[in-house]
Structure formats: C-alpha cells, structure tokens
Design a protein. Structure first.
Ligand code: FEO
Length: 407
C-alpha cells in the first residue's frame, strides 16, 4: 500500500490488486488499484476505505498510522459507493472503534444495513455539507447509477478536490507514478487503454447516468479529481472528464478509426475469409483488432468492440443459429448497451443457414440499433466471388464508419 499527500490534510492510500476477476467476472490482466482518501480537519473522515480482497484491514490501519492518522480517531466513514471493493472493511472497522458515523446516500444506507448490519448512518442529499474543521468542508453530490444506484461524489471545497469513486476511474496497477503530471506518455496511454476497458466492462450499461454525472462534475469548480481506481488528476482534471465523455460516445456507436473483427470458426472455412479480410484491412491501412471467440476474454472483447467505429462479425452457422461463442459475445455487448455500431457480417454454412436470423434476433432483443452492411454468407469454403463480395462489404463498412469516428 502506498501513501501519498494530495494536499495539506488530505492523503491517499492506494494498493494494487492482481489475480482476481473484478466483480467476479472481468479479467484484469494489468491489475487494478484501490484508492482510499483521508481528510483531516479537527475531525477525520475516510472516503472509500479499502482493504484489498484479502479482507484484512490491518494493512490499512498500519498505513494510516504511518501518515499520522490513528484509525481510532476516524469520525466519519464516507461511502461514496457501497460496492464492497470500497466498503468491505466497515464491519471490521467496528472491532477497533465503536463510535463513528457512516455518511452515504439513502440508497447506500439500506445496503450498508443489509451487507454489514450497520445503521449508524447519516443520509446525505445533494449539496449537504460536513464541516471537519480547520477549513475542510465536504459537500455531497449524488450521481445515481454510476454504476450502482447509491453513488455520490464527495467534494472538498478548500482544495477543490472531487472524490469521484468509480467515476473517472480506470483499471491498471500504478507503480511509481500516481498523479497525472508524473505519468510518462506511455503510462498516459496505458491508463487510457485501461480506462476504456474499465468503462466498457463496468460502466457502459449506465452511459445515460454517466453523462449526467459528467454534467454534474462540470458544475463544480474542480482542481483535483481523485477517483477510487487509477491515477489522480491534479494537472489536468479536464482530461479525464473529456475522456469519459468520449467513452460515453463510444457506447452510443462512435469509436476510434479502427475495426474489430469479432470472429469464430469451426473447421477453418470462415477463418479463410477472416484471413482475406485482414489482408484487405492491411491494404487499406486500417488499424484493426482481431478477437477469436471463445479464446479471448470477455473483458478484452467488449473493450475492443466498444472502442471501434467499425465491427466485422465473422461467424458460421452452427445448429441453425449463429456460432454460439460469437452469439454469446454479442449478447454480452447487448447487455452492456453498446448501441449504434457500424457493422458487417460474413460466415460459412453447411447444409442450412440460420446465423443471420439469430444475429437479427440478438440485435432486436437488446435494442442495439447497429447499422449493418448487407451480410455475405457462403456454402462451405469461400470462393473467389464470395471473397469479392466480402471485400466490397469491408470497403463499404470503412466508408460508412467514417461518420462515427471520434478520436
Ligand atoms: Fe469500484 Fe463499483 O466499485
């Protein structure tokens, strides 16, 4: 666990976590940080306490002591968000101190009770404040459904710091550098990549609410954004706000000037056409990602589709339907409400089609509103004329997706 000073009276405690599935689902190949913040006036508050996945709070307590904070002196536990990666230590904290107050929204209060049987709670609403003394005044700003209904921002007026919890966060472990002004260009790119994975995996479903949360952040005079995961932005907090706005556009059909080939093949017939499609994309000098299902993780698959302006679905018919791993991937994308992508499908069939029908059903069931170029299906292996039709489809896709490119 690292200890960093954000400003006078405000410290960050951060730890890297690896070897878990985030939320029990998402592979985090590059880890994730859990950030906790301590604000000291005459009274002391901890915002989004973290203890790591081992459930052992001693590390947190030891680190608090090392920055001169006696855990027993904590008066307020500010729960911006009840998901246990931020709140899992509450019941344990009771063992060392019995008189504290949890500060949270009404929705969080119910979960604080049901998850931790804790009812020493002060419920806050928009604009409520907590004066810690010595100039440290916190205000609270609910941002529901980011990504749980209970979520809120905490804002410290003196330093103009926004404690945004999951909002403006990213996957990815932090090593030496934890502030935006310390990050190398490579680390900046890394956290943008990890921010896209985080947003697409965890947040995308709630994009309308995230857009409202971005608007709410704009109403505050912000000098520092201190999220629950990933780097602190103190040089240019506008950067992560702009990034999040762009990510919200990706969820609604925009994307980078790149194509994701989401594909699967039973015996290599569809693969022949995928190989051909790659050659066309290379010739056209278009950046592309290639994700074979079910080999790829869902986390990587969702992120790639999410960030791309164009999607090629290459999958055969299997038992009168779409090749199941690709159908499952598209269903997951639909659950994430990634809508409006420009797309093109091709694939092989044996004795009967059916993939196309299921593709349409998935799109309709999830209200995805993807804009499709006419599909190409071929019997058995692709012939020369099939490849020509695929090339035409790809060129049409590249032309059409240009309208959706947002970099
Ligand atoms: Fe970082 Fe929604 O928990």
């Amino acid at each position: 666990m690292k200890k960093l000073k954000i400003a006078d009276g405000i410290h960050m405690l951060t730890m890297n976590v690896d070897d878990i599935l985030f939320e029990g689902i998402w592979e985090i190949a590059n880890g994730v940080t859990l950030n906790s913040y301590i604000v000291q006036g005459e009274k002391t508050a901890i915002i989004d306490g973290v203890i790591g996945w081992d459930g052992v709070p001693e590390t947190l307590y030891k680190n608090m002591e090392e920055i001169g904070v006696d855990p027993k002196s904590i008066d307020y536990l500010i729960v911006n968000h009840m998901e246990p990666d931020h709140s899992g230590w509450i019941s344990n904290f009771r063992k060392i101190k019995d008189d504290f107050t949890v500060i949270c929204t009404e929705k969080a209060a119910r979960m604080v009770k049901t998850f931790y049987d804790e009812d020493r709670v002060r419920i806050v609403k928009e604009g409520d404040t907590l004066d810690l003394g010595r100039g440290k005044v916190l205000s609270f700003h609910p941002v529901p459904n980011v990504h749980w209904p209970d979520t809120m921002y905490t804002y410290e007026r003196d330093t103009k710091t926004l404690f945004s919890c999951d909002m403006f966060g990213a996957f990815g472990r932090m090593n030496e550098h934890c502030f935006d002004d310390e990050l190398t260009p490579e680390e900046m790119d890394f956290f943008e990549f990890e921010g896209i994975r985080y947003y697409s995996n965890v947040m995308a479903t709630f994009t309308p609410s995230l857009k409202k949360a971005i608007e709410k952040a704009k109403t505050l005079d912000i000098r520092i954004i201190a999220p629950g995961h990933g780097p602190v932005y103190r040089k240019n907090p506008q950067k992560i706000m702009n990034d999040y706005y762009r990510f919200s556009q990706y969820a609604e059909g925009a994307g980078k000037n790149e194509v994701t080939i989401l594909w699967g093949s039973m015996y290599g017939m569809t693969k022949k056409a995928v190989d051909f499609a790659e050659r066309v994309l290379q010739r056209e000098k278009v950046k592309y990602n290639k994700l074979e299902m079910p080999q790829e993780s869902e986390s990587a698959m969702i992120a790639a589709v999410f960030e791309s302006a164009g999607v090629i679905i290459a999958a055969p018919t299997y038992e009168y339907k779409l090749f199941p791993p690709v159908a499952a991937a598209l269903n997951e994308i639909g659950r994430k409400r990634i809508t409006g992508k420009t797309a093109f499908r091709f694939g092989s069939y044996g004795w009967s089609g059916g993939a196309e029908k299921e593709l349409k059903e998935i799109m309709e069931r999830n209200n995805m509103k993807w804009d499709f170029i006419e599909s190409v299906e071929f019997e058995g292996a692709p012939r020369e004329e099939d490849l020509k039709r695929i090339e035409t489809g790809i060129l049409e896709l590249l032309k059409k997706m240009k309208e959706k490119v947002v970099e």
